[in-house]
Design a protein around this ligand. Structure first.
Ligand SMILES: Cc1cc2nc3c(=O)[nH]c(=O)nc-3n(C[C@H](O)[C@H](O)[C@H](O)COP(=O)(O)O)c2cc1C
Length: 146
């Protein structure tokens, strides 16, 4: 069983609810899971599996609680080819830059040579009032690869 770090970017709490739902499923499957709502690199381990769950705010921006980690990684992180991850982006397609925050974080991880085990999940607030449901179905589709 794996150690999983769930890294959350949220303004109003939707991403936190998604994270808690996925945490429960991963824990029931026997994984050791830790939630990070104000992550800094020193709290994280690149040998763990990273599950990043973030909304978008402003005009395609990352939430303030995830921005410090993003900037720390962009400024000083060496390549992380051993890191395996998956990413959920919450957004709203009525905004110009749909899921821009999640996309930025995903692109940074790819630049750092981290390995996505599955394509980024994008959840549109105009289509689903309950993002936990599609997120859980998505997780169940690839969870055995952790
Ligand atoms: C002020 C504001 C700005 C937003 N900007 C964007 C945006 O640029 N792109 C996008 O896809 N969604 C945007 N959203 C939608 C949120 O990302 C979406 O509602 C998400 O589910 C919120 O999750 P959270 O509660 O975890 O922050 C914005 C929402 C607000 C309130």
């Amino acid at each position: 069983m794996a150690a999983v770090d769930i890294i959350i970017g949220s303004v109003y709490g939707s991403s936190v609810l998604v994270a808690e739902t996925l945490e429960q499923a991963l824990t029931e499957a026997g994984h050791r899971v830790q939630l990070h709502e104000d992550a800094v690199l020193a709290d994280l381990d690149a040998d763990h599996f990273w599950l990043v769950i973030t909304s978008t705010t402003g005009q395609g921006d990352l939430p303030p609680n995830l921005l410090p980690l993003f900037e720390e990684m962009r400024e000083c992180c060496p390549p992380m080819p051993q890191l395996r991850y998956a990413l959920v982006a919450l957004g709203d397609s009525s905004y110009d830059n749909f899921c821009g925050g999640g996309r930025q974080f995903d692109e940074l991880l790819q630049e750092l040579q981290a390995q996505a085990v599955v394509e980024r999940l994008q959840l549109d607030a105009t289509e689903t009032l309950d993002p936990e449901e599609p997120a859980l179905a998505w997780l169940k589709g690839w969870m055995t690869q952790i």
